[in-house]
Design a protein around this ligand. Structure first.
Ligand SMILES: Cc1cc2nc3c(=O)[nH]c(=O)nc-3n(C[C@H](O)[C@H](O)[C@H](O)COP(=O)(O)OP(=O)(O)OC[C@H]3O[C@@H](n4cnc5c(N)ncnc54)[C@H](O)[C@@H]3O)c2cc1C
Length: 420
């Protein structure tokens, strides 16, 4: 089946782009597929860049989403090493940096995000790093090899993972946090506090309420200054203060953007022939009654697959519950839903115990999210439950002898706390 169109251009050859291209063929699309990537590499996995890849000697080939032959076998044209610079929806064409023009009946935007720049004096000095791409990770491997003191700026996912991996490699590492706790919005207060202690136990020097003021040096980084005037020596600085969706191309084509490319539940943008998926797309979540833009692996993979199914006219509305994992100091974390929306938090288990812990976040008795450390199975059950309107029995969550599935109940059978 070719679908109601003959050609698709996928812009952005990362996880979402690769997932879309393969899914298109697997769903029977027989027209032309072009996967256009600004990077010269085949699509690769980013999660290891801050974990095993950075902390080891894994060759880059081991990061590939699919081997090259998977694209060749499916007759997917890889157009790598040249960014798309303009979209001409009326002419159904995409213009590439090298001057080439690609005709396509449908376009899928998968350009992801780019790191937010430090925005302080000295940000352009040599020795200032970011972590998004393979080249960034290669440069950071070199930093580890040189053994210089490293200052990591930012206590989000990337900063916290980096601090963990660098400490694991014996680096002298300082984590500068603007707030009090690492990954606080994602983990909640108590779990984030536990993580803070793991950083400290592992030798990370953690400075709270210490936003970066400037990066100092002559040509190269020599030190950083934090807002209270403290100066720390640094041979390298890694800035992990968040990211920005890559929306330039979409905005230039008149597509609606609002902290991401705005899509409907079919991943369709405000121009019907153009779709978007992955880290850059903001989709309507029925479960949370708001638009979400999710910067996690599972969303990129699944939303892209769903987008091309929608293009072909047979997809369920996309309404995935956010789910992510992280590994730090030998502990595996999983995060489901949106914990930051919960004002009530109940813990099950003990993060220091052999079975780890699970935190359930709710609002007026309704589950909003869950966080698990070293405790896998129960979070999966909650993840499924989060897709519906689910209420939580706090006492039963605390009681480890009760199956977690019995501690939560669907909207049909439960009355939210405070409404009884
Ligand atoms: C270091 C790191 C660690 C992570 N760890 C985890 C984790 O532990 N768990 C988790 O759930 N998620 C993790 N993530 C997030 C996960 O990797 C992303 O959600 C996922 O990669 C998003 O896929 P994407 O295809 O939307 O974007 P990307 O993977 O960023 O791919 C976008 C691609 O588009 C290209 N591009 C941009 N503009 C253009 C253009 N104009 N023309 C052509 N190409 C263009 C970019 O160069 C890039 O190759 C991590 C991310 C990073 C960076």
């Amino acid at each position: 089946m070719t679908g109601p169109f003959d050609s698709v251009a996928i812009i952005g050859a990362g996880l979402a782009g690769a997932s879309a291209a393969i899914t298109l063929r697997e769903r029977g699309f027989s027209g032309r597929i072009r996967l256009i990537g600004a990077e010269t590499h085949l699509p690769y996995e980013r999660p290891p860049l801050s974990k095993d890849f950075l902390g080891g000697d894994l060759p880059p080939e081991r990061l590939l989403v699919h081997p090259e032959q998977a694209y060749a076998e499916r007759d997917i044209d890889l157009v790598l090493g040249g960014a798309a610079i303009r979209l001409h929806p009326a002419e159904r064409a995409v213009e590439l940096a090298g001057g080439e023009r690609v005709e396509a009946d449908r376009v899928l935007l998968c350009m992801g995000v780019r790191p937010r720049l430090a925005g302080v004096p000295g940000e352009w000095l040599s020795g200032v790093h970011y972590l998004r791409d393979l080249e960034h990770a290669m440069a950071l491997r070199e930093v580890i090899r040189r053994g210089v003191p490293v200052v990591v700026v930012g206590e989000g996912f990337i900063g916290s993972e980096l601090a963990s991996t660098l400490a694991g490699q014996g680096a002298d590492v300082t984590l500068l946090m603007a707030g009090d706790l690492p990954m606080r919005p994602a983990l909640g207060q108590e779990a984030a506090h536990w993580l803070l202690n793991r950083h400290r136990d592992s030798g990370v020097r953690v400075l709270a309420r210490s936003p970066l003021k400037s990066i100092n040096g002559f040509d190269r980084v020599e030190s950083v200054e934090v807002a209270d005037g403290t100066v720390l020596p640094a041979g390298a600085v890694v800035v992990g203060i968040g990211s920005e969706p890559v929306v330039d191309l979409a905005a230039g084509a008149g597509i609606t953007v609002d902290d991401g490319v705005v899509v409907d539940s079919s991943s369709r943008t405000s121009i019907p022939e153009v779709f978007a998926a992955g880290d850059l797309a903001r989709f309507p979540s029925r479960a949370f009654a708001r638009r979400l833009r999710v910067e996690h692996w599972q969303n990129a993979q699944n939303q892209a697959a769903n987008a091309v199914e929608a293009m072909l006219g047979h997809a369920d509305p996309y309404d995935e519950i956010p789910w992510a994992w992280t590994e730090q100091h030998g502990n595996r974390w999983e995060i489901a839903g949106l914990p930051m929306l919960g004002t009530q938090v109940v813990r099950r288990g003990d993060p220091d115990g052999p079975d780890g812990a699970l935190w359930v976040f709710s609002e007026r008795g309704r589950v909003q999210g869950a966080v698990a450390v070293n405790r896998r199975r129960e979070l999966r059950a909650l993840l499924r439950a989060l897709a519906g309107t689910v209420f939580v029995d706090e006492q039963a969550v605390r009681d480890e002898s009760i199956d977690i599935r019995l501690a939560i109940s669907s909207a049909e059978t439960a009355v939210p706390a405070g409404e009884a």
